[in-house]
Design a protein around this ligand. Structure first.
Ligand code: 3EB
Length: 328
């Protein structure tokens, strides 16, 4: 058992104070996502169809007054030691996204550094036609290449990656949202899974640049755990090809394992299970699968708030992916 002395949270500065709540209302937010249509000012859509659940948006807040601005095409908000960056670009699905993604990440990193928040805490990436193209020409693999080259050129190594999501939609746009901090978070890897940044060559020329989860000291002495998009991957291999319910059960096992590891390393038993303050996004390749998937998730995680979207997972044999943010 970890003692408080060995907790990974013990030595972290508390400057960021990041938290995530359900809903869409709070003008003092760093980042507000609106899941159900309505593009109200300052409320970001995911560019994916919302297909169900009881979560209509997420409000991510920092500590203290908000400062905001726009530089080039990037909208930014800063509160205390925390910065959000949002960038939406046209991304024609018939084009190779590598150069566009490379330039986008280069610009995001440059802005994060200029605002004294150089540490990556959470990344969301949405792009069209993610599984189009054969072999290494697949748009997701080209996306991974552009992202990895930009991070490498900026001097970010494996330890400085963060929790992430990469999902495909129909809208011909690249949507990138980054949360960055003046201080780093702590990354947690999943004992059931090979770290994505160490996937073998068969999955593409550059492995995906994300950590399985990023942990931060949150508001009011709580810890904030941001969990990456999690799929039916054990080791590095896809499990249960063609069976969405078996894939969902495998994700439940992956989540259990990641939550247990996070609770142990942070010495926060409250992180070991989802509760009413846990916000979950579910991405399904087939919208018709939602009712059956929802039953499994409600059984496993009573109390958690769920939002489901029609989205393409970045390996064509994966039918479902689930991400979450939880406090403990
Ligand atoms: C996986 O486990 C699923 O490229 O940023 C999940 C979360 C996945 C983030 C990313 C990819 C990414 O490999 C795919």
């Amino acid at each position: 058992m970890a003692s408080p002395e060995s907790s990974v949270l013990r030595n972290l500065p508390r400057s960021c104070g990041l938290s995530a709540r359900p809903g869409t209302k709070d003008p003092q937010a760093l980042l507000r996502f609106g899941f159900r249509a309505a593009a109200e000012h300052g409320l970001w859509p995911l560019g994916l169809d919302w297909i169900g659940g009881d979560l209509d948006g997420e409000v991510w807040c920092g500590r203290g007054p908000i400062e905001q601005g726009r530089q080039g095409a990037i909208d930014w908000n800063r509160a205390g030691g925390c910065l959000s960056l949002s960038l939406v670009l046209d991304d024609p699905p018939e084009q190779d996204p590598e150069a566009r993604v490379h330039a986008a990440y280069r610009d995001l990193i440059e802005l994060a550094r200029s605002k004294d928040c150089p540490h990556l805490l959470r990344a969301w990436n949405y792009l069209p036609a993610i599984n189009e193209g054969a072999g290494d020409a697949e748009r997701y693999r080209r996306f991974c290449l552009g992202r990895a080259r930009a991070l490498e050129a900026a001097g970010y190594d494996e330890a400085s990656l963060c929790a992430g999501t990469a999902i495909g939609g129909e809208e011909p746009k690249l949507r990138l949202h980054l949360l960055c901090g003046s201080e780093p978070g702590v990354n947690i890897e999943n004992p059931r899974q090979v770290s994505a940044y160490r996937y073998p060559r068969q999955y593409g020329p550059r492995s995906p640049s994300f950590a399985r989860a990023t942990l931060l000291p949150g508001a009011e002495g709580e810890a904030l755990l941001m969990i990456s998009g999690t799929a039916s991957v054990v080791g590095h291999e896809t499990r249960h090809v063609g069976d969405v319910l078996a894939q969902t059960r495998e994700i439940l096992a992956n989540m259990d394992s990641l939550l247990a590891e996070s609770a142990r390393r942070s010495d926060r038993p409250g992180l070991a299970r989802f509760g009413a303050d846990s916000l979950v996004r579910v991405y399904l390749r087939e919208a018709a699968d939602w009712p059956a998937v929802e039953r499994l998730l409600r059984d496993a995680w009573p109390g958690a708030r769920l939002a489901a979207f029609r989205g393409d997972v970045c390996r064509s044999d994966l039918l479902v992916e689930i991400e979450a943010v939880t406090h403990g």
